[in-house]
Design a protein around this ligand. Structure first.
Ligand code: FNR
Length: 186
């Protein structure tokens, strides 16, 4: 069986370690798994006064999530939590009447230049996923600490342990998505 996952990078900057980790995950994915990165820097800040109707810009994103087998968040930790831009797009998506995250299989990982490698962000994002009724992979956890030492100058992941963990997380996400086969059913 083939699996297609949608991936959000929580960092918008060029040269992001998290984007490098996302690319490493794509490269190390087993052949039956594909990962499509989606972009959301065009999504405005959610404002219930302005956005009384569904934001059109978010519809293609919501549809991609719904048609996918699962969602991956690869994100830095900003001030011990989820980056505002990433939280915003989740908030906007959560207003979609089809509830794109409901019963979705989700994987969370991240890279930071700190010592705990986004652990605090990950547990905040898990909490957000509880409200959205998503199902988050429990094992393995992937926290890429001291990220400035884990990639080479071309952006390749050099940490052997993490290189082994990434495909394991993808297999866990695939297994989890089989338990919640929502796919294109909407
Ligand atoms: C950070 N950084 C950071 N690191 C960390 O381990 N814990 C934290 O709470 C924070 N807080 C934080 C807030 C803000 C606003 C910024 C810009 C940065 C540092 C962070 O780990 C580092 O900038 C990473 O390189 C960010 O990830 P990308 O952009 O390389 O993917």
């Amino acid at each position: 069986k083939k699996y297609h996952f949608i991936a959000f990078c929580g960092s918008l900057r060029k040269g992001s370690y998290n984007e490098m980790a996302l690319k490493a995950m794509q490269m190390l994915a087993p052949s039956h798994i594909t990962i499509e990165q989606v972009f959301y820097d065009h999504i405005p800040m959610y404002n219930a006064d302005v956005h009384t109707e569904l934001l059109e810009q978010v519809v293609p994103l919501a549809e991609k999530i719904q048609a996918s087998d699962g969602v991956i968040f690869v994100s830095p930790e900003y001030n011990y939590s989820v980056p505002g831009g990433l939280k915003n797009v989740i908030d906007v998506l959560s207003r979609h009447p089809d509830k794109p995250f409901n019963e979705k299989a989700v994987a969370i990982l991240g890279a930071s230049q700190g010592n705990v490698g986004t652990a605090r962000m990950q547990y905040h994002l898990r909490q957000v996923m509880v409200f959205l009724n998503a199902h988050v992979v429990n094992k393995p956890e992937i926290m890429i600490a001291n990220a400035q030492h884990k990639f080479d100058e071309s952006g390749n992941l050099t940490d052997e342990f993490i290189r082994k963990q990434l495909p394991l997380m993808l297999e866990s996400l695939a297994t989890l998505s089989d338990r919640f086969p929502r796919g294109t059913q909407g």
